[in-house]
Design a protein around this ligand. Structure first.
Ligand code: NAP
Ligand code: GDD
Length: 339
């Protein structure tokens, strides 16, 4: 039985990846940081799986990673943990950079210092955000990185250090340059989920306004369920490499808004308020990926498209809101305009 360590297991991708690995017969060691409230809702359904164990971990704690590698002797490590919100990275640059850039370096150092370079395969969650405001799209593995936020700058460091350790020490380390991917498990402060939650709540009379920032930004949006398959496939290759994972279609925030409100049978412009505070100090205006390499070398193809993604997310939120009587209301009120 293979053993995989997954950092960020309580996150969107961590939860789907843990599910996938368990379904493939892996023993999964999910690493979560300590939180004052239990935040395992995305993995509650697999919580009692006999092959899943949870351990405390923090990106900033080197000792933890040495201890866990020594104890569990993993075959694969997937580094998904991060302060992953781009806007928040402008407010908390040091915290973001410490975790996003130095966190993966700590893991790579542990692998190297424990003489496990030829034993452990490593996956790094790189990001399309690294292309920043490069105008020369579509982006592939060799496109110029022009990061436009503290988050993206940190991801560029991590991306480069992974390649450096691969080339210097022969570690089987691959980076997936994943374009935006969403799902019903997406964090509520990312724009797609903010929109699907709002549409569901407006439909049920639980909300009367949706505050958004830049509607013109374009993203290559895929479904997280499809994207974790690509992560796993990268680590099954004989040789490590970097791969762009994307749908090859781009849509504006405005198009996503209209698609979702159409699913709800609502006119979005009756409820929309543009809030200047939601614009970023430096925007990434246009992301479009070219995943030819992954489609060819990994035989990877996404099953979802823009329309099925929007529908899946809206329907899941509508169902959830029907049952929860809008328990997110107070959070939305407290954070309005800030995220
Ligand atoms: P997410 O839902 O925000 O999950 C992030 C995970 O990291 C959560 O489990 C979080 O724990 C954990 N975490 C945050 N700070 C930590 C720290 N200091 N120590 C340990 N764990 C920490 O993000 P995601 O969408 O699943 O993304 C997974 C990874 O892919 C991230 O590295 C992200 O930057 C990258 N990525 C995402 C996308 C995308 O579109 N989703 C695209 C490209 C790259 P809590 O649950 O306690 O917050
Ligand atoms: N979050 C948010 N909230 N974004 C808004 C809003 C709003 O109210 N209004 C407009 N936007 C715009 C943002 O300015 C951005 O252009 C776009 O919607 C997408 O924002 P997010 O959903 O926050 O995602 P992101 O593209 O910044 O970052 C995500 O994708 C990256 C990959 O490209 C995150 O998942 C990152 O972790 C990931 O690396």
């Amino acid at each position: 039985m293979k053993t995989a360590i997954v950092t960020g297991v309580t996150g969107q991708d961590g939860s789907y990846l843990a599910e996938l690995l368990l379904s493939k017969g892996y023993r999964v060691i999910g690493l979560k940081r300590r939180t004052s409230l239990i935040n395992t809702s995305r993995i509650d359904h697999i919580f009692s799986h006999e092959n899943l164990s949870l351990e405390y971990y923090d990106l900033e704690d080197s000792g933890c990673i040495y201890k866990l590698i020594h104890y569990y002797e993993p075959d694969e490590i997937y580094n998904l943990a991060a302060q992953s919100h781009v806007r928040v990275s402008f407010d908390m640059p040091e915290h973001t950079v410490n975790g996003v850039a130095i966190g993966p370096l700590k893991i790579l150092e542990a692998i190297r210092n424990m003489n496990l370079c030829d034993k452990i395969k490593f996956y790094q969650a790189s990001s399309s955000e690294m292309y920043g405001d490069n105008p020369e799209y579509p982006f592939n593995e060799t496109s110029r990185l022009m990061p436009a936020s503290p988050y993206a700058c940190a991801k560029v460091f991590a991306h480069n250090i992974v390649r450096n350790y691969r080339e210097s020490y022969g570690i089987h380390a691959s980076s997936g340059i994943l374009f935006n991917h969403e799902s019903p498990r997406r964090g509520e402060t990312f724009v797609t989920r903010k929109i699907t939650l709002a549409a569901a709540r407006i439909k049920l009379g639980l909300q009367d306004q949706l505050c958004l920032g830049n509607l013109d930004a374009k993203r290559d949006w895929g479904h997280a369920k499809d994207y974790v398959v690509a992560m796993w496939k990268m680590l099954q290759k004989i040789s490590p490499s970097d791969y762009v994972i994307s749908t090859g279609e781009t849509h504006s925030v405005k198009e996503f808004l209209e698609e979702v409100f159409d699913c709800a049978g609502l006119d979005p412009y009756k409820y929309l308020k543009i809030d200047a505070r939601l614009f970023r100090p430096h925007e990434v205006p246009y992301l479009l990926g070219d995943s030819t390499k992954a489609r060819k070398e990994l035989s990877w193809t996404p099953e979802h498209n823009f329309k099925t993604l929007a529908k899946d997310m809206y329907e899941a939120d509508y169902k959830q809101m029907l049952n929860s009587e809008g328990r997110y209301g107070h959070i939305e009120k407290a954070l309005r305009g800030a995220i």
